[in-house]
Design a binder for this molecule. Structure first.
Ligand code: SF4
Length: 219
């Protein structure tokens, strides 16, 4: 068991090795590559990615239908890496699925874990289900990181301007809208469908206070 962890931990920091990735991006003519792969199949694209980047890249796996990417990587016959974020609160079925995938493909998923000190502090002060009381943001930040934004700022990576306008979740234009601080991100996606559940009495107040008005959606 400890042998397995030892083999995972040292490699974890290389998952996001921006300097290496950027260096490669700079030396490649990606426009040409994009053109070359315009009509390529997912398998061909995966093959090219693994050929070019090898162990500098890893497939992000959430334990859902994105297992298709692992299958494609497997089909290339090349070595590949897979990583996943274990928030500590996943479904038992998902953990079993991770294990099944590891066995099926003969791989070890490189799990990323939240900061133990931060999780302890949250759970000790607010319990295990604080997200039902005061929203999911804090728990998601602690368990899933907000480090991504620090990373993006540090690297001066361009980001979608919608984030600055209050869009937490960005999807198709007709089905996405900004939310206010403290509002659930579900208010920003498919809100008319959510409204039906709320009408059952779950969050009636939100509807009356106008969260569903003013967008010309006829909801
Ligand atoms: Fe997971 Fe976020 Fe829910 Fe916490 S609030 S259990 S991190 S989805």
């Amino acid at each position: 068991e400890s042998k397995r962890n030892d083999s995972i931990v040292p490699s974890a920091p290389t998952l996001f090795s921006p300097a290496e990735v950027i260096e490669k991006v700079e030396v490649e003519d990606y426009e040409e590559l994009a053109k070359e792969l315009e009509n390529a199949s997912p398998l061909e694209i995966m093959d090219k990615a693994l050929e070019k980047f090898g162990n500098d890249i890893a497939i992000a796996f959430s334990g859902a239908e994105d297992v298709a990417l692992i299958e494609y990587a497997h089909l290339t016959g090349r070595p590949f890496r897979v990583f996943s974020l274990d928030t500590g609160r996943l479904n038992p079925e998902t953990y079993k699925f991770f294990d099944e995938v590891e066995k099926h493909y003969g791989i070890r998923i490189e799990y990323m874990f939240p900061d133990a000190v931060e999780v302890q502090a949250l759970v000790r002060s607010k319990g295990l289900f604080s997200f039902y009381e005061d929203g999911h943001q804090e728990c998601c930040r602690v368990r899933k990181g907000n480090d991504i934004w620090n990373f993006l700022r540090t690297m001066n990576v361009p980001v979608n301007s919608l984030h600055a306008k209050g869009y937490i979740s960005i999807g198709c234009e007709p089905c996405t809208r900004p939310v206010l601080p403290g509002q659930h991100e579900r208010e920003g996606r498919w809100w008319w469908e959510d409204a039906k559940a709320k009408e059952c009495g779950l969050h009636k107040g939100n509807i009356k206070e106008g969260n569903l008005n003013g967008n010309g959606n006829g909801a």
